[in-house]
Design a protein around this ligand. Structure first.
Ligand SMILES: Cc1cc2nc3c(=O)[nH]c(=O)nc-3n(C[C@H](O)[C@H](O)[C@H](O)COP(=O)(O)OP(=O)(O)OC[C@H]3O[C@@H](n4cnc5c(N)ncnc54)[C@H](O)[C@@H]3O)c2cc1C
Length: 393
């Protein structure tokens, strides 16, 4: 079998693998990128509703989850949203900030993939082996030996950039974890994140509201997100819920503040100012109709405010400000935008993403136990970790 020699082999032509390959190629390294998919950057193509939310200008390490919250600091500081944006601008890709620092293409996510492929063709152009299943990976004599159907390749460095198992129907796998374990790295239990939450039949309030969206504060313990929540036929979704899902653990309650702009005492103030009105009308002025109706029924406070005791109104305020429910689960990896957990950072260098025990082996992107908030943070981690690894190739 013919054996080809490279400086580095990158497994995975996704966000992290492509940024790593282009950076290494431009440092003059002979790089081979291998992917079982026939097209590079498939998740980039579907990201951000087809417009790719490629970074977030508010990137700070605190917006990433990991068993070691300090791990991401170095890479994020050395390759910033501005660095990626400079590349986007060099390629003449028009972009805009949507909200909360989220940067999107004006046109199509295809432009981001085309840009990365173009960058891979500079310097020492990266080679690609697309649509190729890896049949074996071994390490001996200081080299990684990768076997593909009918072909073997080797290099002193191997980069695992095969992502996590979210959206398996797009070819996502837990391959990174299997490989990392084989080389002695630990894996933090992977779990679906940025994922809709599901409810059982007891939570009829939410079920009856399928399709309704409202700005809320969703919280788990001390962590809270103020964004929109969307009621679905299976439970809850929308940005606030996706964000909080990353922090939620089975059995924990989630609290929703349906009226985040109303201060304490607002119902009692309304009673003074407008005693003839009803709780139903108050809610109707503040919330989408169907939600106001459903919450009004649950509160069961009939009649004019003038006739309702202050205590009952204070209690209603409390309930509306922290509506608690316990999800029975999530929609799982099939619908999760990312995977939390992954290859443990314990065994990796935060400077180079290299395994401490086997320095030629690097793990980057979503495969690592670093997970960003919704809003461009996960791509920023993919770019930053890919760039950091490339400096050591
Ligand atoms: C619907 C959706 C929308 C998203 N939108 C955004 C967004 O707008 N902004 C944002 O920041 N993040 C977004 N994300 C998350 C983001 O796509 C990922 O965090 C990011 O792609 C991770 O990059 P990665 O390179 O680590 O993995 P990936 O991009 O998943 O790349 C992994 C690559 O490895 C390949 N691979 C997997 N297994 C094997 C194997 N066994 N052998 C060979 N190759 C293999 C895959 O084919 C893939 O090409 C979105 C995710 C989804 C699912």
């Amino acid at each position: 079998m013919p054996v080809a020699e490279f400086d580095a082999i990158i497994l995975g032509a996704g966000a992290a693998g492509l940024l790593c390959a282009s950076t290494a190629a431009q440092r003059g390294r002979r790089v081979l990128v291998i992917d079982h998919a026939d097209e590079a950057g498939k998740k980039i193509l579907i990201s951000g509703g087809g417009r790719c939310n490629f970074t977030n200008s508010g990137t700070v390490p605190e917006r990433f989850l990991s068993a070691n919250p300090r791990f991401a600091r170095s890479a994020l500081a050395r390759y910033t949203p501005q660095d990626f944006l400079a590349m986007v601008e060099r390629h003449g890709i028009a972009w805009h900030e949507k909200t909360l620092g989220q940067l999107f293409c004006d046109g199509s996510a295809r432009q981001i993939v085309a840009m990365l492929m173009d960058e891979c063709a500079r310097g020492e152009p990266a080679a690609f082996a697309m649509g190729q299943a890896v049949t074996d990976v071994a390490h001996r004599d200081g080299r990684f030996h990768v076997t593909l159907p009918g072909r073997a390749v080797q290099a002193p460095a191997l980069v695992i950039a095969t992502g996590g198992p979210s959206i398996p129907k797009m070819g996502a796998t837990g391959f990174a974890y299997d490989l990392a374990r084989r080389f002695g790295l630990k894996v933090v239990q992977p779990r679906p994140a940025l994922v809709p939450l599901t409810l059982d039949d007891g939570e009829l309030l939410f079920r009856s509201l399928s399709g309704v969206s409202a700005p809320v504060i969703a919280s788990v313990g001390k962590t809270a997100f103020r964004e929109a929540a969307l009621f679905t036929h299976r439970g809850l979704s929308g940005p606030a819920i996706l964000q909080i899902s990353s922090y939620w653990r089975h059995g924990e309650p989630v609290a929703i503040n349906f009226l985040p702009d109303r201060g304490e005492g607002w119902m009692r103030a309304a009673k003074r100012d407008n005693p003839r009105t009803t709780v139903g009308r108050l809610l109707g002025a503040a919330l989408p109709d169907r939600l106001a109706e459903a919450l009004g029924e649950r509160l069961a406070l009939a009649g004019e405010l003038a006739n309702l005791p202050d205590k009952a109104l204070a209690r209603a305020e409390q309930v509306l400000g922290a509506w608690r429910f316990t999800p029975n689960g999530t929609q799982g990896f099939a619908k999760a935008e990312v995977t939390a957990g992954g290859v443990s950072t314990d065994g990796l260098s935060s400077q180079t993403m290299a395994a401490r025990a086997l320095p030629g082996l690097h793990v980057i992107g979503e495969a690592v136990d670093v997970t960003g908030w919704l809003g461009g943070y996960n791509f920023q981690w993919a770019w930053a970790s890919g760039w950091a690894a490339a400096q050591a190739l």
